[in-house]
Design a protein around this ligand. Structure first.
Ligand code: FE2
Ligand code: FE2
Length: 255
């Protein structure tokens, strides 16, 4: 049975100030993993120059890099430029979309999107009232629908991964003040994952959150570097047709 090594990190918040650390982390992880997944907040404030730091780190890598954007990456209103800088360096930026790649003879499908806010039972935003509030609800609906559509489209893949920035479960944001849980994710993002299935779900955003959660039997990990305490966390995903199992391999290289 083939094992895919996945290096995951969220919330790198790259900028010129962290260039050396980012470059070194990517160089070191290249030999430890088959694929790199970045769970958003790639930049500090969404400036293309900050994205260039990540782009430079990813450009020469021999392994594929997939990324979703985070809320910080949208802050400067220059998402198209940030995305272009990353894509020029070969990073696959997923936004309500999916891609697949072949690793060790297995087809690995990755559904990626930023996700959005909305909260969890007890504090969830309703679809009610002012148009502005209802448009927030509608935005999360679009994210959830994209996850469901993507999972249906990669149903043929041997391994299926969902890559988000916002949390789909409350367990992985535990540790954050309850008052901001509504801003950290939404359980509505978990609904399509529970319905269509996946082998692994990764997100970031909740810097003070918790590492591990579940959607039914599906493992969910908050891979924000503030949570993992490492530049990358390495997951071993074991796959064969009709079967998969995730092993938490332990910390990736610390810099
Ligand atoms: Fe962040
Ligand atoms: Fe964030």
């Amino acid at each position: 049975m083939a094992v895919i090594r996945i290096a995951a990190a969220g919330d790198l918040h790259a900028s010129e100030a962290s260039r050396e650390r980012v470059m070194r982390a990517f160089e070191r992880v290249e030999s430890e993993a088959d694929v790199i997944l970045l769970a958003g907040d790639l930049t500090t404030t969404g400036e293309p120059d900050q994205a260039r730091v990540l782009a430079d780190a990813a450009r020469e890598l021999s392994i594929p890099v997939f990324a979703v954007l985070g809320n910080h990456d949208t802050h400067a209103g220059r998402v198209d430029e940030v995305r272009a800088v990353l894509e020029e360096a070969g990073v696959h930026v997923l936004d309500r979309s999916w891609k697949s790649c072949s690793i060790a003879g297995l087809e690995v499908g990755i559904v990626g999107t930023k996700g959005f806010v909305g909260g969890f039972p007890g504090s969830a935003l309703p679809d009610f009232g002012e148009p502005l509030m209802r448009s927030v609800y509608a935005e999360t609906t679009l994210e959830a629908e994209a996850i469901g559509k993507g999972l249906q489209e990669i149903v043929h893949c041997d391994l299926r991964i969902v890559l988000l920035h916002y949390a789909p479960v409350q367990a992985t944001i535990e540790g954050e003040p309850e008052g901001i849980h509504v801003m950290l994710g939404s359980d509505r993002l978990a609904t399509p994952i529970a319905e269509y299935g996946a082998d692994l779900v990764l997100h970031g955003h909740a810097h003070a959150g918790s590492f591990e959660g579940h959607i039914g039997q599906i493992p969910v990990y908050n891979v924000a570097v503030h949570v993992t305490g490492r530049d990358f966390w390495i997951f071993d995903l074991e796959g064969a047709r009709g079967h998969s199992a995730v092993e938490v391999e332990g910390p990736g290289p610390a810099v």
